[in-house]
Design a protein around this ligand. Structure first.
Ligand code: CLF
Ligand code: SF4
Length: 495
């Protein structure tokens, strides 16, 4: 175990000097120092766009944070999974109320967050409402933020109906990330998801509504792609309505140049007050979602690290620090101080190169050292970010799940066990829920765990290991796999 590593405890960063010292004291741990240049399978200009975006790059989500501001409440369509009294279900977890902001308030809040959270790299507008339809407020917010924090990436999420009217303005404003929610390419299926749209000053219903929406969504996708704006397509998987159909959606959006496809499970409950919730429409199980994702192999690249975040989320994906930045806590006057963010970026540039080198080494060791008949393993990891095992078991609100086999180590998904699921329950109930959440997983890696939960986990057939605290995830996962299945590393020949 290498104890001489930076503890990304909470990823709270003090100053450029502290970071520089931390990097120097760490020295070079890997056999080759690694580089934070574009990965081999990505062209450098695309890498420049995605390298700091936690949603567009799985690697970046270990380092960078996003925040959303709810400034555009008007919407031009009705989705059967949405109740706008709460949040936009296309990009956020329904059932929680957001703080609606004016563009001035939003700009002030972004500066306050940027001063406190150096990982902040992206400002998104993701409901409730549609950012392209309520365009005046979206544009004003982005303009104000861009004037004061030119290095923040601007990101918007839309249903696409109004977007073709604004694509060229996006280009002028250097916005190069757009999420389009596309749940169907067959308007017949669309009629089961959208009861109406508002189009050219009239409310349209039925097949006409779904047909117009479909055509405008395809037009949006084509226009964005032609202009080099990266498009992520979000699809809500609704069992019995569009679940099988999403395979065709995946193929079609790939053909039209989408960069990523994010298939999200419908979250539906009667108390959300949505049509689907009241009708008892269920969401997919984790197994159904995985089956669809597997079937999509070879089509558009899939995003698997989405956290279905709130429309006022703040922080790394999977954490929500929004309550620290409600408007009553944001000062009337805020001045942007770029020093922490600059220092953090310098640190990440070094760190991600080393992590990548460590992951390559782990891959080579895994391939070289393992019994050819070894079975793939799923391993749960408690992490606060930075690609390291740096979280106490008891503080984990979610676990990242990595798969390891003879080809190497891959992130596959996350599983949540946070207060959203267990609010109001005691600690024992929480542990029970964690055990249920980790069904099918035999090993947890965490920075620390108490004796009692460790014993309870053991009784449930789950081994909790803290020996790899603060190591890179890939290095530790590979070591566990080799210990279970293979030869000791020193006996294996590494290519
Ligand atoms: Fe926000 Fe969406 Fe931009 Fe990300 S979220 S507008 S692309 S900055 Fe990300 Fe959140 Fe998933 Fe959205 S994890 S719900 S995909
Ligand atoms: Fe709700 Fe978003 Fe659909 Fe509009 S686009 S109805 S805000 S989920």
């Amino acid at each position: 175990m290498n104890a001489n590593v930076i503890s990304l405890d909470g990823l709270k960063v003090a100053s450029r000097d502290d970071l520089t010292k931390a990097i120097e004291s760490k020295g070079c741990e890997s056999s080759s120092c690694g580089s934070s240049d574009a990965p081999e399978d990505m062209d450098p200009s695309t890498w420049q766009k995605v390298k700091d975006h936690p949603c567009y790059s799985e690697e970046a989500h270990h380092y960078f944070a996003r925040m959303h501001v709810a400034v555009a409440p008007a919407c031009n369509i009705q989705c059967n999974y949405c109740n706008r009294k709460y949040d936009c279900a296309n990009e956020s977890r329904p059932g929680v109320v957001s703080e609606r902001l004016t563009p001035d308030q939003a700009a002030r809040k972004v500066i306050a967050v940027a001063n406190e959270i150096p990982q902040l790299s992206v400002l998104g507008i993701a409901g409730p409402g549609d950012s392209a339809y309520d365009w005046r407020k979206t544009k004003e917010t982005f303009k104000q933020v861009q004037a004061q924090l030119p290095d923040i990436k601007l990101c918007l999420s839309t249903n696409g109906l109004a977007l073709p009217d604004h694509v060229d303005e996006l280009l002028d404003m250097n916005i190069d990330h757009v999420t389009l929610t596309i749940n169907m390419i067959d308007p017949e299926i669309g009629t089961k998801i959208y009861p109406w749209i508002f189009w050219e000053k009239k409310r349209r219903t039925g097949l006409e509504a779904a047909q117009i929406l479909h055509e405008r969504q395809m037009q949006s996708l084509d226009m964005l792609h032609e202009r080099g704006i990266l498009v992520k397509v979000n699809s809500v998987m609704i069992p019995g309505i569009n679940d099988e159909h999403l395979l065709e959606v995946n193929r079609e959006v790939k053909k039209r140049g989408a960069f990523l496809h994010n298939i999200m499970p419908l979250i539906s409950a009667p108390e959300h007050g949505t049509v689907f919730g009241l009708e008892g429409q269920r969401g997919p199980t984790a197994a159904e979602l995985k089956k669809l994702q597997d079937a999509c192999a070879g089509g558009a690249n899939l995003m698997k690290h989405c956290r279905q975040c709130r429309a006022d989320a703040v922080g790394l994906l999977g954490e929500d620090r929004g309550q620290e930045f409600t408007m009553d806590l944001v000062p009337e006057e805020v001045t942007y101080d770029p020093s922490k963010r600059e220092a953090y970026r310098d640190w990440v540039a070094e760190e991600r190169g080393e992590r990548r080198a460590a992951a390559e080494t782990a891959k080579a060791e895994t391939q070289a050292a393992v019994n050819p008949d070894a079975e793939a393993m799923l391993i749960a990891v408690a992490t606060k970010g930075g690609g390291r095992i740096n979280q106490h078991f008891g503080h984990a609100t979610e676990f990242q799940i990595f798969e390891v086999d003879n080809d190497g180590v891959r992130f596959v998904t996350h599983r949540r066990c946070d207060n959203y699921c267990v609010g109001g329950y005691g600690e024992e109930d929480k542990l029970e829920l964690v055990i249920k959440t980790l069904e099918g997983i035999s090993t947890i890696l965490c920075a620390k765990i108490g004796d009692c939960p460790r014993e309870d986990l053991e009784k449930a057939g789950i081994e909790a290991i803290q020996d790899y605290a603060y190591e890179y995830i890939e290095t530790a996962v590979s070591a566990v796999y080799r210990a279970r299945n293979g030869l000791p590393a020193e006996e294996a020949e590494i290519a």
